[in-house]
Design a protein around this ligand. Structure first.
Ligand SMILES: Nc1nc2c(c(=O)[nH]1)N(C=O)[C@@H](CNc1ccc(C(=O)N[C@@H](CCC(=O)O)C(=O)O)cc1)CN2
Ligand SMILES: Nc1ncnc2c1ncn2[C@@H]1O[C@H](COP(=O)(O)OP(=O)(O)OP(=O)(O)O)[C@@H](O)[C@H]1O
Length: 325
């Protein structure tokens, strides 16, 4: 399933000039620019297709017991994270085992069972919204669910909420909710260490992220934290080819840990405080802050191999500068 590239054609259209010769010249230049841009986009889509099959293959070859271990580690990391526990409203995908996606069912059943994500009886319950694909034109809605057992499998075998729940009530669409979502847990096929994300080619999440960010801006809401869940084999060393439509993630959760990428993730995940709080000498030398090319600010911490911690971030692809703590 894929959308056409027509979405990209509009920005390359130029207003015709009143001088017919200039207008012809302009339109030839515009056409050749447009053709170049189109070729460039085609090349990106081709690279994406190649990368998708490579990662699908890697996921297929993954040992099922390793997958299950990684699922547990990732979900535990999320469940124990302060940014997850403090979340009042979140969007999350319903994982599909046929697509070999990081499991979210443990996470979601925990949230839906508990009165709040941090288990506190005093707080109001965390509201959960999950995706429903509306058509093949990148339209996906996020509907409120209170239970996991009244979802139905769509044509892609992904469980989805019907627009009306089991009691006959219309479900709330997150785009019409009165309050802001603080967290969006995203799926993806591959990620690089600067937060670029390769989806399954539907463009659904890219469109949703763009629309939700616009809505939050209009309403003066704090932007949600966009966090993707990833098996180790899905984090790649190469740069993921992206277009201007591709939304970056703020942070990644993999079995190696929670990796803040954007400045807002660094702030929300309290990473600097965590780093400053570390007082073990063997860690102190190993920890570095790096400047990310993507965000042009200090965003990623990594650990030296000497510490035994996962060297999730390679200095060669991310660092503009390293700062010893
Ligand atoms: N669990 C889950 N729900 C989700 C998404 C997702 O990635 N995961 N989506 C995120 O956008 C949307 C659905 N988009 C999807 C796009 C493609 C395929 C899929 O089955 N792709 C096949 C290849 C099909 C083909 O090439 O024709 C595959 O990836 O193997 C599934 C969902 C909304 N809901
Ligand atoms: N914000 C958007 N509005 C309209 N079309 C979009 C938007 N974002 C992406 N698309 C279109 O969706 C198609 C697929 O995009 P892309 O390959 O980047 O999807 P993806 O990121 O892999 O999928 P997903 O976001 O669903 O995980 C492209 O044709 C692209 O033009």
């Amino acid at each position: 399933m894929s959308c056409t590239t027509a979405h990209f054609k509009a920005p390359f259209y130029r207003q015709p000039s009143s001088d017919p010769v200039a207008s012809q010249r302009t339109s030839i230049v515009a056409m050749s620019n447009s053709n170049q841009e189109q070729d460039h986009l085609e090349s990106i889509f081709k690279q994406k297709r190649i990368l998708r099959s490579k990662i699908r293959q890697a996921l297929k070859s993954m040992d099922p017991s390793l997958r299950s271990q990684e699922d547990n580690v990732i979900q535990t990391l999320v469940l124990e994270a302060p940014w997850f526990k403090s979340s009042k409203r979140l969007c999350a995908y319903i994982s599909c085992s046929a697509l070999r996606e990081v499991d979210t069912l443990k996470l979601l059943s925990q949230v839906l069972q508990n009165p709040s994500a941090d288990g506190s009886m005093l707080q109001t319950a965390t509201k959960v919204y999950v995706p429903r694909v509306e058509d093949k034109n990148c339209n996906m809605r996020m509907f409120y669910i209170s239970r996991i057992d009244d979802l139905v499998a769509n044509s892609m075998s992904i469980l989805e909420p019907a627009p009306v729940d089991a009691d006959g009530n219309e479900r709330e669409d997150v785009m019409h909710a009165n309050d802001a979502v603080d967290l969006v847990i995203m799926p993806g096929l591959a990620f690089d260490r600067s937060g670029r994300r390769l989806g399954r080619g539907g463009g659904y999440y890219d469109a949703f992220v763009k629309n939700y960010k616009e809505l939050a801006k209009e309403r003066n809401w704090k932007q949600p934290l966009f966090v993707a869940l990833s098996y180790s084999v899905q984090i790649i060393d190469e740069v993921i080819p992206v277009t201007s439509n591709d939304a970056l993630v703020d942070a990644l959760v993999s079995p190696c840990g929670v990796v803040p990428i954007s400045p807002s993730a660094l702030e929300s995940l309290d990473s600097l405080q965590i780093l400053r709080g570390l007082s073990f000498p063997q860690y102190m030398n190993g920890i570095r802050l790096v400047l990310s090319k993507q965000w042009d600010t200090i965003v990623v911490c990594h650990f030296s191999e000497a510490t035994g911690a996962c060297p999730l971030v390679n200095s060669h692809d991310l660092c503009l500068q390293e700062v010893e703590l």
